[in-house]
Design a protein around this ligand. Structure first.
Ligand SMILES: Cc1cc2nc3c(=O)[nH]c(=O)nc-3n(C[C@H](O)[C@H](O)[C@H](O)COP(=O)(O)O)c2cc1C
Length: 168
């Protein structure tokens, strides 16, 4: 059953409820702009293309981080591991210095901050952006990757963080 007529957009409540059922991995997008580190938590991360190697995420048009990300010459995708729920929450919180302790990070090969103890880092060059609804689609060309073991990933589902448990 839907609560809309065909051809009409679904209501915000139903939309949110349905999306909450979809489990996602969690990343923190980081960049530096004029020497200032910026970063935000995102679950909209996705792979896009193998050749060339492209990834994407969506950022809210109203994000205070976006103007800084938009003008950075590269950005990093930090793929969080299962025990990094606090880090994910910190990088979604407003009004704090997200890079202050207990956040542990170092500058990456091109300068964007790399968070410590994540499952993987992808360093990306801006490839394309597009306005889509109230978000901006950001596509990055992956210039460098560092994979750090096969830690279990951090997941987000029904508004909560959790861990992945393989069947075998
Ligand atoms: C689990 C989780 C996933 C999120 N995913 C996204 C996302 O994909 N895109 C986005 O724009 N914001 C996302 N957010 C919200 C941003 O992390 C947060 O609103 C933003 O960093 C607010 O700060 P800002 O206005 O300083 O950017 C997510 C938040 C959480 C907790």
């Amino acid at each position: 059953m839907t609560d809309t007529m065909p051809g009409r957009a679904v209501g915000a409540e139903s939309f949110r409820r349905a999306l909450a059922v979809h489990a996602s991995g969690v990343v923190v997008i980081t960049a530096q702009n004029d020497g200032v580190p910026v970063g935000m938590t995102a679950t909209s991360f996705s792979s896009v293309s193998l050749e060339p190697p492209l990834v994407s995420f969506y950022v809210d048009q109203s994000s205070a981080t976006w103007p800084w990300l938009r003008t950075a010459d590269h950005f990093a995708v930090n793929i969080l591991s299962g025990d990094q729920a606090d880090l994910a929450a910190r990088f979604a919180r407003k009004g704090i210095d997200r890079f202050a302790p207990p956040t542990r990070w170092r500058p990456g090969p091109l300068g964007a901050p790399l968070l410590q103890d994540v499952s993987a880092h992808l360093v990306c060059l801006p490839y394309e952006t597009a306005d889509v609804g109230d978000h901006v689609l950001v596509v990055g060309l992956v210039a460098d990757v560092r994979t750090h073991g096969d830690d279990r990933p951090l997941l987000y589902h029904q508004g909560r963080f959790g861990q992945f448990h393989p069947q075998d």
